[in-house]
Design a protein around this ligand. Structure first.
Ligand code: HEC
Ligand code: HEC
Ligand code: HEC
Ligand code: HEC
Length: 444
């Protein structure tokens, strides 16, 4: 993807962190695998070529020593103006020139970073000093591990900030968030599922940035309101009785009011017209329809083999030790439900991981296995035997006691949405969950 963009013109590649672990707290048993993935990512980033990176809270979770080692081993361009681990760890900023434009990239970590011995110092002073030390630049880009409100405050205090790339809040902002100083805040979601691509042209003398799509979007909306208003007016003219005419008149008035508001927004947007830099942002899905970068794909395949080999496989099955019986224990008495369940994606959830060679991945098994991370369920991907896939007990609760004595031990009879969203969490599933259409597909 990035190689393709580079063919079209100069490109600056940045990453705002939370690459290695994704979250600030790691379970001890997940550390070794997370480290293996960290190494893979560091190697892959070096291969693709990145211009500046931020050590996010989810990177520092591996330990500052490890982050430093990876940075050194792969010459990764980390920046962090306010990360103090008994002294500065990384440069505050990096300045590069691309296509005749000078970019200064400054890193600012947030308070979520929990690495012992390190702290995030006051961001405004640190970023201001970094920008001054770097000297004049056409574009000042801040890589942020802060909350969006904190970035707003930073931009309000430092007008020279052009763009902020936020890696902490993981929002999918196809439409950038406007900063109080006229700059733009960008964020491309989580888990590497999307790449944010901002294309821009600089306007001489301008200090603020304008999302080129805003005006287009407003104009499109005005067009659609005008069409609907015209339809209503036509129906009003043809109406047979007064009550209908009156009802339609109210609807026309509603659109009049909407149009008035839109006109105002359009004029306002045009007014701040002054000179502005023009930007267009898009989020590109990095799904299977995009071909893999061959060299990176080879690294991933190699890392998966190592991860697989390093992951211990339990000798005792999870079903033998815990309160879960496994779906096969239910089918004898509930054949109809089992038959229907067999037709759903849940019965194939483990196969999906196997197909992509991710069944030993500690970041995947929890939602593709029954009872995973339940206090008495499987805690590790090598200890899931008998509980693979999203089985009966993922929704109805542990069932071993019920199997032994069905009439006296009740199960959850009607699992509700609160159970679904434990896995359909709005992030890993791409936000596809919709109770109204999803529930009927699993009820039996
Ligand atoms: C030996 C037969 C048997 C097995 C095995 C069995 N059940 Fe049941 N199950 C029953 C009977 C009988 C009832 C009805 C109990 C009642 O109406 O009081 C029932 C009721 C249920 C209900 C309805 C809710 C309720 O408590 O009334 C659910 C859900 C359920 N079983 C799930 C499961 C699951 C999941 C498994 C596997 C872990 C399982 N059952 C294994 C016999 C069985
Ligand atoms: C233990 C985690 C888990 C729970 C709990 C869970 N699901 Fe799922 N669900 C999954 C996974 C994983 C998949 C994808 C399986 C695959 O294709 O590999 C899935 C897929 C689905 C699909 C198919 C989506 C598609 O179009 O392919 C539907 C529908 C669905 N779930 C509905 C529900 C509903 C409704 C509930 C709650 C009653 C629920 N799920 C509870 C993990 C879960
Ligand atoms: C937080 C729970 C959760 C985790 C963790 C999780 N998944 Fe899933 N996965 C889901 C759900 C829910 C779906 C079904 C989404 C839908 O279609 O609505 C799904 C669907 C899938 C599918 C089939 C449909 C598709 O989108 O292609 C695959 C393959 C998959 N997951 C692989 C993985 C891998 C690989 C990992 C680890 C990197 C992982 N999952 C981690 C919940 C999870
Ligand atoms: C994704 C969640 C989910 C999974 C997995 C699941 N069920 Fe259910 N089950 C439900 C829901 C939701 C209902 C309630 C349906 C309704 O009220 O229409 C239900 C109802 C039931 C009932 C009660 C039916 C009744 O008439 O009262 C039984 C028994 C049952 N399921 C057994 C099973 C068995 C056995 C399996 C595994 C083979 C299984 N379920 C897997 C969600 C699930």
């Amino acid at each position: 993807m990035i190689e393709g963009l580079r063919k079209d013109g100069p490109v600056v590649v940045v990453d705002a962190g939370n690459l290695y672990a994704g979250k600030a707290a790691l379970r001890d048993q997940d550390r070794a695998q997370q480290l293996a993935k960290g190494r893979l990512l560091a190697e892959a980033y070096a291969l693709v070529g990145v211009d500046a990176m931020l050590p996010g809270a989810g990177d520092l979770a591996l330990g500052i020593t490890t982050v430093r080692e990876l940075a050194r081993a792969h010459s990764l361009p980390y920046v962090a103006a306010n990360l103090d681990c008994g002294g500065a760890v990384f440069p505050s900023s990096i300045t590069i020139e691309r296509g005749g434009i000078t970019f200064t990239m400054v890193g600012v970590v947030g308070n979520a970073a929990k690495e012992p011995g390190c702290r995030a110092t006051e961001p405004v002073a640190a970023v201001r000093a970094a920008i001054e030390a770097a000297g004049p630049a056409d574009v000042v880009l801040v890589l942020s591990g802060q909350k969006v409100q904190e970035d707003d405050a930073l931009a309000a205090a430092i007008p020279g900030i052009s763009l902020v790339v936020n890696g902490q809040e993981r929002q999918q902002l196809e439409q950038p968030h406007p900063l109080p100083n006229g700059g733009l805040l960008l964020s491309a979601g989580s888990r590497g599922k999307q790449l944010g691509v901002l294309s821009f042209t600089l306007t001489p003398g301008a200090t603020s940035w304008r999302d080129g799509q805003v005006l287009d979007r407003l104009a499109d909306q005005r067009e659609s309101y005008r069409t609907r208003k015209a339809e209503l007016e036509k129906r009003q003219r043809e109406a047979k009785d007064d009550p209908s005419r009156e009802r339609l008149g109210k609807q026309v008035a509603f659109f009049d009011q909407k149009l008035e508001g839109l006109e105002k927004s359009l004029t306002d947007a045009g007014k701040q017209a002054g000179p502005a830099h023009r930007a267009t942002n898009r989020l590109v899905d990095l799904g299977t329809e995009l071909a893999d970068h061959p060299a990176t794909a080879a690294l991933v395949a190699k890392a998966k083999v190592l991860i697989e080999a390093a992951e211990p496989v339990a000798t005792v099955s999870a079903v033998a030790t815990g309160p879960f019986a496994g779906s096969s224990a239910c089918t004898g008495c509930h054949a109809e439900q089992a038959q229907q369940w067999g037709t759903t994606a849940h019965s194939r959830a483990w196969a999906s991981l196997v197909a992509t060679n991710n069944e030993r991945d500690r970041a995947c098994f929890s939602c593709h296995v029954t009872g995973a991370l339940h206090p008495d369920g499987p805690q590790d991907p090598g200890a899931v035997a008998g509980l693979e896939s999203v089985g009966c007990e993922a929704c109805h609760g542990p069932g071993k006691a019920h199997v032994g004595n069905p009439p006296t031990v009740e199960m959850i009879a009607k699992p509700g949405v609160e159970i679904c969203v434990g896995c359909h969490d709005g992030k890993q599933d791409g936000g596809r969950f919709d109770a109204a259409t999803y529930l009927p597909q699993v009820a039996h």
